[in-house]
Design a protein around this ligand. Structure first.
Ligand SMILES: *Cc1c(COP(=O)(O)O)cnc(C)c1O
Length: 372
């Protein structure tokens, strides 16, 4: 690694990229993968069939560039989100990470700042440095909570060009009240701050949890970002999107690569949106497993955070790395996000969740116990 770093340092790399590490959640060959919040239920058979048929049809036209405006997809996404949104309000790219990157390209850049509230999604600072935007780490009053007043105060003081609000937050899984979004938006009026609400996991929220989409009317600096990587089980297809005022989509048109969304990607997304019934049934099952994890970890004497996502962040471990290794030896990969005493686990299928809970309970009883 040091050799690699030395060789890299001999290149005329941009100074703000020097010494940085790339995003690197381990991709290990383990039977039970509960580490990057993927949808563990796979793509349902009818969705798979619909995608295959749509992709076959799209393949016939691959000699031509795709619809640069992906109008059919933007219309379908607007219909899916509701809230009186139209195609004019929608934008998509190769994963919501690309959408976020385009937002930073348009509204961030050299001399500009983006504010996030750690612990939060680890990609925000990386996307900031990739666009030469200064990332500012805001504070949370209580370890993980973010109150409307405290968040707004920091926005008034720091006057960032962009604010990232992640709801439910990754890695904690806890949602933000819309009062926080509203207060941050108002606090950013003088500085014309763009407010991004990253709702990557919204479909997993408990029934009745309001979306920041309800706040869009009249707020042209507000952006709500979503993805098909989680609820739609399409992490491998790379499709993310956002809803905002039409002028925001016009800004992103200035920085996107021409034809950035391939015909294959557009066909895949459309087919999945059309056949979403089975996908939403899996989401309901994942929510049951998520609630089961929270209940079981509580029974084991651990302290799981309230979760509106498809994962659970929990504390109460004497040594989280030892627990991580124990689970791995049982074939269960979870995420150590680098917070002492804590781990994050994605809700699996029922058998996967059982395997995780059984292994963890055995570890808690005796960290040196034999493996399954
Ligand atoms: C998984 C995740 C995303 C999704 O990223 P994609 O590029 O759409 O796969 C976005 N935001 C957060 C907080 C996530 O955890």
């Amino acid at each position: 690694m040091n050799d690699q770093l030395e060789r890299l340092n001999r290149l005329p790399l941009r100074s703000n990229l020097r010494g940085l590490s790339p995003y690197g959640a381990p991709q290990l060959d383990v039977p039970i993968l509960l580490n990057v919040n993927e949808n563990t239920h796979g793509v349902p058979a009818d969705v798979r069939a619909a995608i295959s048929a749509a992709v076959t049809e799209a393949a016939a036209g691959l000699n031509r560039y795709p619809d640069r405006e992906f109008t059919q997809l933007r219309t379908a996404l607007a219909e899916y989100l509701g809230h009186d949104l139209t195609a004019e309000n929608l934008w998509a790219a190769n994963g919501s990470n690309e959408v976020l990157q385009q937002i930073l390209q348009a509204f961030g850049g050299p001399g500009r700042t983006a504010l996030g509230f750690p612990p939060t999604y680890s990609m925000y600072p990386l996307l900031a440095s990739g666009t030469d935007t200064e990332y500012v780490a805001g504070a949370r009053a209580d370890k993980y909570e973010l109150s409307a007043e405290f968040a707004a105060q920091q926005v008034r003081e720091l006057q960032p060009n962009i604010v990232f609000l992640c709801s439910p937050n990754n890695p904690t899984g806890t949602g933000l009240g819309l009062d926080v979004v509203d207060a941050v938006y108002e606090a950013g009026t003088a500085s014309q701050t763009i407010v991004i609400v990253d709702e990557a996991y919204h479909e997993f929220a408990h029934d009745g949890t309001p979306s920041a989409l309800t706040l869009l009317p009249g707020r042209e600096r507000l952006i709500v970002s979503r993805t098909m990587s989680k609820a739609f089980a399409l992490a491998g297809a790379r499709i993310g999107y956002m809803a905002a005022a039409p002028e925001v989509t016009d800004a992103l048109r200035l920085v996107r690569l021409p034809y950035h969304l391939s015909a294959i990607t557009q066909a895949t997304a459309l087919a999945a949106l059309e056949h979403r019934e089975a996908l939403m049934a899996d989401v309901a099952d994942i929510k049951i497993q998520r609630d089961r994890i929270v209940a079981e970890l509580t029974r084991m004497g651990l302290s799981p955070a309230a979760s509106d996502s498809n994962y659970v962040f929990f504390g109460g471990l004497a040594d989280q790395h030892q627990a991580w290794e124990y689970l791995l030896a049982d074939g269960v990969l979870v995420r150590d996000v680098g917070i002492a005493g804590h781990l994050r686990v994605t809700a699996g299928t029922e058998p996967e969740t059982t395997a995780f809970l059984t292994s963890l309970e055995r570890f808690l009883a005796d960290p040196h116990a034999a493996h399954a």
